[in-house]
Structure formats: structure tokens, C-alpha cells
Design a protein around this ligand. Sequence first.
Ligand SMILES: [Zn+2]
Length: 115
Amino acid sequence: MPEVNTPQRTINKHIARGNQALQAGDRDTAVAEFLLALDDPNFGTRLIASNRLMDLCPEEVYGTSTDLYHRLTCPAKNIAYNGNYFLFRNWSDAESAGRRPCGQCKPRPTTSRRS
Ligand SMILES: [Zn+2]
């Protein structure tokens, strides 16, 4: 019997693995899987992955094809679903890459100061 292949799974394999990792308490693996799911061509899958990441990584920010970067919870986040965007570990990494903070979600902590 050949193995049955079902390419049109409703749940992306990375989402499924991420959920399993979460249940097992393995946060790092879950984050890695949800990040991979952000590349899925399916809108619903990307939305699930983005929501999971918002819960898991409130520090994480993303940049789009503009030179701005945003919180995952940015009210203007619909721009993230246009296609190309890049995740950064935190605001500092984003600024190192030449990005400016979004005016709406203000992803840069105001408590930071130079020493
Ligand atoms: Zn924003």
C-alpha cells in the first residue's frame, strides 16, 4: 500500500508541531515551528502562527518592505500579510538592521537610554 498523501491539510504541519511542543512545554521548539508557519501561503495558517507568536514572544518585532518595524500586535498589522516580512528577535535587532519604529505600535521601549 502506498502511503496516503494529503497535501491539502487544514492544519499546517508546523502549526501542528508547534502546538505539540507547547503542550510538552517546549517553548523554543514551538516558536521555531510557528516562525516556519509564517511562510505558509495560506492566510489562515499565517494568522494562527502570528497569534501564537504574539502570545509567546511579546518582544518580537517585524519589518515589512518599508523601513519600519512593528510589534506583532500592531494595529496596522494587516500589512504583514501582504507577503514579505522579516522577524527580528527584538526592537534592538531591528534597529541594528536599519529599521525605524512604527508610530502606531511604538515598539521601542521608552525606558531605554544610552549610558
Ligand atoms: Zn506598527
